[in-house]
Ligand binder design. Structure first.
Ligand SMILES: Cc1cc2nc3c(=O)[nH]c(=O)nc-3n(C[C@H](O)[C@H](O)[C@H](O)COP(=O)(O)O)c2cc1C
Length: 477
């Protein structure tokens, strides 16, 4: 299918499309494509080229969720929702509604702080059963009890996951019902963090988050956008209820362990690196991380245990993926080495080749009539280090080559010089629109030849690459 560009869609429609796409667990572009396909299937006489447009006959999100209720494979599952004390708690009321529409039974625990934002009464009314609030509530202990609450569910969702709850979880504290249940559960946990951006970026929260990732907790969001505090913008908004539902469904899908990469561990790198010059300046590149993040998401959807090592990007963490965030090439190498061993490693990040020999401690001042001379030194080669590793080398090492000329020839040279198994070569010249765009045209360069794939979305490239990796790991050609 030719690529698709739709301009001038109003904000409300864009929002509906994003939510539908999040619910189905794929990109907006893919969502539109699937809507067009189903319209064409429903009206074969129209033919694909006569479609009236993506919105003309598409069902509303409400209609979609109603049909999902009837068909959802997750129906009958029990969700335990822990609501933390953040402003985003109001969105959890909608989350309960969305979960119940899809046939999930929902039990809720509210922390003491959460009860300042939403009441146990309204939560109970939406759940269809009373909400739980106290660890030392005789009714709870004899009725359900915190251990049963912890065990009698298929998944535990924490939304909003406050900085405080994340800190307690990371350190194993259990001084209230929510934290005791989180410590006692043997079920998968999905966090939807929400907090002020300074709380999110605080070193303590970073440590706690890294610990929770290492402990195998799944995360959705937080997203970038307007904060509750007027005029503030940044990362810290709770994921939308439908994004949380989509993340939960992919967590269930992964747990089903039926995908072609079930039982496999895959490392993916994504995004650019930032090499500091001084406290305010850095050397970077235009990589958006879209291709690497799409690969990580596709690998997780195929059942793999995925560790994504990402440079600074403006993308939400893919659901069901353990994401480690780094800034520099040296940090990326350390994070990748810490994630080994793995069955396959895919190096889609655009790692800076150089950094400054010294990082100035203070901002370099402008001096009249002079310019600073920056001495550069080479960064470690993350791809070559792993591909040539004496121990713990993944069975399959895949590099990316971002080239602006002689794309295939340069990729063949890179394949030989780095010691990897495949190179995914793409043209990143400004005319190609690949850097930051949603489309990609890649060549798979291996020791047995060159395959040129047709232009397609980065999501499709990701799915095709993951299918090829699954086949290669299974011993197929
Ligand atoms: C108006 C208001 C809004 C708050 N919003 C958040 C928030 O979004 N995220 C967060 O982590 N903490 C937030 N807090 C702080 C938490 O409520 C506080 O840390 C509390 O102890 C969290 O308790 P819990 O983790 O048991 O729910 C907010 C506090 C107030 C007063």
């Amino acid at each position: 299918m030719p690529s698709l560009t739709i301009r001038n869609i109003d904000e409300a429609l864009k929002r509906q499309l994003r939510l539908r796409a999040a619910h189905h667990g794929h990109s907006v572009e893919e969502e539109i494509r699937q809507m067009l396909r189903s319209m064409a299937a429903a009206n074969p006489a129209d033919g694909p080229s006569h479609s009236a447009g993506p919105t003309a006959r598409s069902p509303s999100p409400a209609a979609t969720s109603r049909s999902a209720t009837a068909t959802s494979p997750s129906s009958g599952k029990q969700v335990l929702l822990i609501i933390g004390g953040g402003i985003a708690a109001y969105k959890s009321l909608d989350l309960i509604r969305r979960l119940r529409e899809r046939g999930f039974a929902v039990r809720c625990i509210l922390t003491a702080a959460a009860q300042h934002f939403v009441t146990p009464f309204s939560v109970g009314a939406l759940c269809g059963q009373r909400a739980f609030t106290d660890l030392f509530d005789p009714m709870s202990e004899f009725d359900v009890g915190h251990i049963r609450l912890a065990r009698d569910s298929d998944i535990v969702i924490v939304a909003p996951a406050t900085a405080d709850l994340m800190a307690k979880m990371a350190h194993g504290l259990a001084d209230d019902l929510a934290s005791a249940v989180l410590l006692a559960t043997d079920k998968p946990i999905l966090l939807a963090p929400a907090m002020n951006r300074f709380m999110w970026e605080h070193r303590a929260t970073r440590h706690n988050f890294a610990q929770l990732m290492a402990d195998g907790v799944s995360v959705v969001g937080p997203n970038e956008g307007e904060m509750a505090e007027s005029g503030e913008h940044g990362i810290g908004r709770m994921a939308e209820p439908l994004e949380i539902v989509a993340a939960m469904e992919s967590a269930f899908a992964r747990n089903a362990a039926t995908g072609p990469l079930a039982g496999k561990r895959i490392i993916v790198t994504s995004g650019p690196t930032h090499e500091p010059i001084d406290p305010v300046r850095f050397i970077a590149n235009r990589s958006s991380g879209k291709q690497g993040h799409a690969i990580a998401e596709a690998a997780a959807a195929a059942g793999a245990d995925v560790i994504l090592v990402s440079g600074p990007v403006h993308l939400p963490d893919p659901p069901g993926v353990k994401t480690t965030k780094i800034e520099t090439a040296r940090e990326m190498l350390t994070a990748v080495e810490a994630a080994l061993p793995a069955d396959a490693a895919i190096f889609a990040a655009a790692v800076g080749d150089w950094r400054t020999a010294d990082t100035a401690r203070q901002k370099i001042k402008k001096i009249a009539g002079g310019t600073p001379q920056l001495a550069l030194v080479e960064n470690p080669d993350v791809l070559a280090s792993v591909a040539r590793a004496k121990s713990k080398r993944p069975k399959l090492v895949v590099g990316f080559a971002a080239e602006t000329e002689h794309v295939v020839e340069n990729a063949q040279k890179k394949l030989a010089s780095k010691g990897c198994d495949w190179i995914m070569a793409n043209d990143v010249s400004s005319e190609s629109g690949v850097m930051g765009g949603d489309q990609n045209a890649v060549h798979l360069v291996s020791h047995s030849g060159v395959e040129s794939w047709p232009p397609q979305s980065k999501d499709e490239v990701a799915r095709h690459l993951i299918a090829r990796i699954a086949a290669a790991l299974a011993g197929e050609k």
